[in-house]
Ligand binder design. Structure first.
Ligand code: C2E
Ligand code: CA
Ligand code: CA
Ligand code: CA
Length: 278
């Protein structure tokens, strides 16, 4: 009936209004949070299956607003759309390098700290300069820094992207492809771009111990990486069965709750000391 349609419309309108209100709230709050240094960086350990030791950690953004955790999956896309990701990303990169240098100073000289770089951040014209500045301000050696970028960035197969990647590679910064397999179907960029590591997306890892299709996708990615001399890491490894499958396939490294969830800096240092006493 007309009245039902009318109320449906009102409900929809209300929800839309709420979504927009929440987005506005978050936009304002995230700017304040950056100024007030309320953002935190967590570290999720990465394990080498070959050497059976920690090779590094991925830095993940954490934010609590009025006692509520705001998920990066909500925050990052908002920040991307508004352009705030440029300021936020600068802060993340600078802070991550400072914290990574702290770990190097403790004696973990080979540990690699991986930082997520959003597409807008990577394609900004001065991105490489920002990396140079973050390294020199912190004193972090370039080989202790890894940048995680997504396939979409490489799909814009333009000269600027290749140039940036080559400059970073020349400096000694490592480059990883995040969420591998979820982006674009073209694989030709793997031979054109200087890539050190492929991160196999957790959507393929999740059911690989029960689903033969997922298992063969992971196997294919691992073989592809091996043939190209690129290191493979599987993301989202949660249980022993997934781990066993990955070992039998010959995957180099893993990251996921099975080994450790993302940890606050102090807890990550404790974890390191426990697993790898100096
Ligand atoms: P991502 O880069 O693919 O990060 C991995 C996500 O998987 C993280 O979620 C991590 O907490 C989660 N994870 C790790 N191990 C497991 C596991 O065993 N099982 C499951 N189910 N999940 C696992 P998080 O921290 O919520 O981040 C979500 C996304 O937000 C990230 O996906 C990344 O795209 C973005 N993000 C997070 N931090 C940053 C940042 O500092 N900068 C940028 N640009 N993006 C970030
Ligand atoms: Ca990542
Ligand atoms: Ca990922
Ligand atoms: Ca992801």
């Amino acid at each position: 009936s007309a009245s039902l349609a009318h109320s449906d419309y009102l409900i929809f309108d209300d929800q839309l209004g709420e979504t927009i209100a929440r987005q506005n709230t978050l936009h304002i709050a995230m700017r304040k949070a950056l100024e007030a240094q309320h953002f935190q960086l967590y570290f999720q350990p990465q394990l080498s299956l070959l050497k059976n030791n920690i090779i590094g950690a991925e830095v993940l953004l954490r934010w609590q607003l009025d006692g509520q955790w705001i998920q990066p999956a909500e925050l990052i896309p908002l920040a991307e759309r508004s352009g705030f990701i440029l300021q936020l990303g600068d802060w993340i990169l600078a802070q991550a390098c400072i914290k990574a240098q702290h770990l190097v100073k403790l004696g973990y000289t080979e540990l690699v700290t991986a930082v997520n770089i959003s597409p807008k951040q990577f394609t900004a014209p001065n991105f490489v300069d920002k990396v140079v500045a973050a390294l020199s301000d912190s004193g972090l050696p370039a080989h202790n820094l890894e940048l995680e970028i997504t396939e979409g960035v490489l799909f814009n197969n333009d000269y600027g992207t290749l140039d940036s990647l080559q400059k970073l590679r020349k400096m000694g910064v490592k480059l990883a492809i995040d969420d591998f397999g979820t982006g674009y179907s073209s694989l030709s960029y793997l031979k054109d771009f200087p890539i050190d590591k492929i991160k196999i997306d957790q959507s393929f890892v999740r059911n690989m111990h029960t689903d033969p299709a997922d298992q063969s996708i992971v196997r294919t990615i691992v073989n592809l990486g091996k043939n190209l001399g690129i290191t493979l890491i599987a993301e989202g490894v949660e249980n022993q069965s997934q781990l066993d499958s990955l070992k039998s396939i010959g995957c180099d490294e893993i990251q996921g709750y099975w080994y450790s969830k993302p940890l606050e800096e102090d807890f990550f240092v404790d974890f390191l000391h426990q697993k790898q006493p100096l």
